[in-house]
Design a protein around this ligand. Structure first.
Ligand code: IVH
Length: 666
């Protein structure tokens, strides 16, 4: 028992350390696979020994039912804003004001760092444990988003040992999304017929303000901390000391700051950061210059709602003007049609821009973009080129509003508009554009990872008629590849080798690679760990799929109807016959003490509802959402619902948490 407890502790520490290496230091030390193994072992042990489960375990990040609304809560100390300025000249003016106020003849030391473009959040740690997270709100009162923030792996649920005797530590920072993650998220939003986010900041804010924590959990969020609120039992001397100290305790800081001896240096920092901004993995919209000494900060105090000791020097959004030459319509893997403006090349923020997505018809109508129009463009949140507006004075005569065609541009089949979706879709599964994109998805890095077969090569292979379906890749010979235009011996060899290497894959990757609508990586993982083999997944009924936690009705329907198709089943079979090996996840079944038993769970239990369900399933039992004659036990926590009465009516035993734990161990 003692050993088990020690191992659980050790695994939690390992997972926390690796989260820290990944999210704070940006230096992963182990592979995802190794990380997942630690996680699975911890889940298994906690499954066997539920008495050791605690709220701060990494397994307890996700859970809970969706909220009806966020509760409002007051900040102990108001969250203020910064005075904004747009030039380096104003950094110097700020410096003058500071020196005048302090009556200082010499220079003042500044802590300079980027201004992160995300959503401001306050984390409340009591004795090192995350107890609450609030949005900024109006500065006085924010929204309680604790359940959502707990799902963000970059944010520690518990701080390192030294911080666990601090009664109160309020940390403020910005939740944001990396540009690369934003791109991938928007791609899947688009594929799923959902409206894309305008920029990474909106995506981050929208993800935190979700009533269902499971949605937040699936979003790739990050955080960087930069300030504090109320403190008890701890003091810092400077902004720099604060920054170093909290990083040591496990909190994510961006480590892009510089301590500057004077205003010249702060101006230099601004100019350097402006040059580097595009190379950073996330968006920033300026720099923040803060007086480094906290004693001096106290002396300076506040005016109205901003501190006198800090200023924000923002970057001008970089815009350009160009002409829309054409509006092309691209067909995605799921048949979604995306209009794209093709423009005269123009340089914005150091890159040449020729294309900007117009997302869908609604967006085109809203902006009224027409072929021939002169438009103002900028890089949305710094990454994706976006049309800000049309310069109407420059519109040529005889332009017409642009309407997406009622037929697919690739196969000419009529397109569909599904209710509740903004996109138009080509429903022809044999549409050449859909086939091409499906093949590209199949070989992509997160799917089968056939890395030497790029988009260009696929275009060539499809054009040459060499591949029309997934299995065709595995039939390719060296001569086939050599027959493609401009294909050298060496690179053809590499292509064949990388296909060869890609024969071995894991179940979640394989499921994801199939490109079933709504089945992203997250859903593929859920399906893999539930079914543990492709055959079992194919055999699943729609009801069975619908009952899996994290899989909604619409998703269940899409999986069921895709896998029911004989053509896809045959293709999966052929893939395996051609040597595609799918490694099934190891069963993490703890024991089978609950085999054959069906539970209905009601009320509030000491651990999250989903964790209870996992626990039951890991021990061989089943859960159901309603009480019937088939129910063996109703597990009731605090304030249970009407399920208890139903159980009594049917004579089904109602047990509490303690009795349940004994049952698991029996
Ligand atoms: S320090 C009194 N540092 O900018 C406020 N703020 O306009 C002290 N922000 O609401 C905040 N990056 O959301 C600080 N490195 C940074 C920041 C930063 C972004 C945001 C923050 C605040 C807003 C103020």
């Amino acid at each position: 028992m003692k050993d088990v407890k020690a191992r659980i502790q050790e695994l939690r520490d390992l997972i926390r350390t690796h989260d820290y290496n990944y999210y704070v230091l940006d230096k992963p030390q182990i592979t995802d696979f190794e990380y997942d193994k630690f996680f699975a072992e911890l889940s298994e042990l906690e499954g066997k020994y539920p008495e050791f489960v605690t709220g701060d375990s990494p397994t307890q990040r996700v859970g809970g039912e969706p909220l009806a609304a966020f509760k409002k809560a007051k900040h102990r100390l108001p969250m203020l804003s910064l005075q904004n300025s747009y030039s380096t000249h104003e950094i110097r003016e700020f410096d003058e004001r500071v020196k005048r106020f302090l009556g200082s003849a010499g220079s003042v030391e500044y802590f300079c760092e980027p201004k992160f473009d995300g959503l401001a959040i306050e984390l409340v740690y009591e004795r090192g444990h995350l107890v609450r997270a609030l949005t900024r709100g109006d500065g006085e009162t924010g929204e309680d988003v604790t359940l959502n923030v707990r799902t963000i792996r970059a944010i520690p649920l518990v701080l390192s040992k030294e911080a666990r005797n601090i009664p109160l530590l309020e940390i403020r920072g910005e939740i944001l999304m990396f540009k690369e993650d934003f791109r991938a998220l928007n791609e899947s939003q688009q594929e799923e017929g959902l409206a894309p986010f305008a920029n990474p900041r909106n995506a981050a804010a929208g993800s935190v303000r979700q009533l269902d924590p499971k949605i937040t959990a699936a979003r790739p969020l990050r955080m960087y901390c930069y300030a504090f609120g109320a403190l008890e039992g701890v003091r810092f001397r400077s902004q720099a000391e604060f920054n170093d100290q909290i990083a040591e305790w496990g909190l994510p800081t961006a480590r892009l700051h510089q301590v500057c001896k004077n205003a010249d240096c702060a101006v230099e920092f601004y100019n350097d950061t402006l040059k580097r901004r595009h190379a950073l993995p996330f968006d920033i919209d300026g720099v923040v210059v803060k007086v480094n000494s906290l004693n001096l900060q106290d002396e300076l105090g506040f005016i109205a709602r901003s501190p006198r000791w800090a200023t924000a020097a923002k970057f001008q959004p970089e815009q350009g003007q160009t002409i829309v030459k054409d509006i092309a319509v691209q067909v995605g893997r799921t048949g979604a049609l995306t209009p794209v403006a093709i423009m005269e090349p123009v340089r914005v923020g150091g890159v040449t821009i020729t294309h900007a997505t117009l997302h869908n018809q609604d967006e085109i109508d809203r902006k009224d973009v027409r072929i021939g129009d002169t438009v103002i463009i900028q890089r949305a949140g710094d990454v994706i080129p976006e049309i800000v507006r049309v310069v109407s004075e420059k519109r040529p005569t005889h332009t017409k509003p642009f309407r997406l065609s009622r037929n697919c541009p690739a196969c000419d089949n009529p397109v569909e508009k599904i209710e509740g979706e903004v996109v138009l879709r080509c429903a022809n599964p044999l549409c050449p554009a859909v086939v091409r994109e499906s093949l590209k998805h199949f070989v992509s890095r997160r799917a089968m990872d056939i890395d030497k077969v790029g988009d260009r090569t696929i275009d060539q292979m499809v054009d040459a008629g060499l591949v029309t379906r997934f299995s065709d890749f595995y039939k390719l010979t060296l001569n086939d590849v050599l027959s493609l235009e401009r294909q050298g011996e060496k690179s053809a060899q590499n292509i064949i080798e990388s296909i060869e290497k890609g024969r071995h894959t894991t179940l979640p990757r394989f499921i994801y690679a199939l490109g079933i609508r709504f089945v992203g990586e997250q859903t593929a993982k859920i399906l893999a760990s539930h079914f543990r083999s492709i055959e079992k997944l194919i055999a699943a009924t729609e009801e069975e799929l619908d009952q899996i936690a994290g899989i909604g009705e619409r998703v269940a329907h899409s999986i069921y109807s895709s896998l029911k198709q004989k053509a896809l089943q045959k293709e999966i079979d052929v893939l395996q016959k051609l040597g595609v090996e799918i490694e099934n996840p190891k069963s993490i079944k703890a024991s089978a003490t609950l085999a054959g038993l069906t539970f209905v769970v009601t009320g509030t239990l000491p651990i999250e509802r989903n964790a209870v369900k996992d626990l039951i399933e890991q021990n061989g039992g089943k859960t159901s959402s309603s009480v019937s004659k088939k129910t063996n036990y109703v597990l009731a926590g605090d304030s249970p619902g009407s399920k208890i009465e139903k159980a009594q009516e049917l004579g089904i035993p109602v047990i509490d948490w303690g009795e349940f734990q004994r049952l698991v161990k029996s």
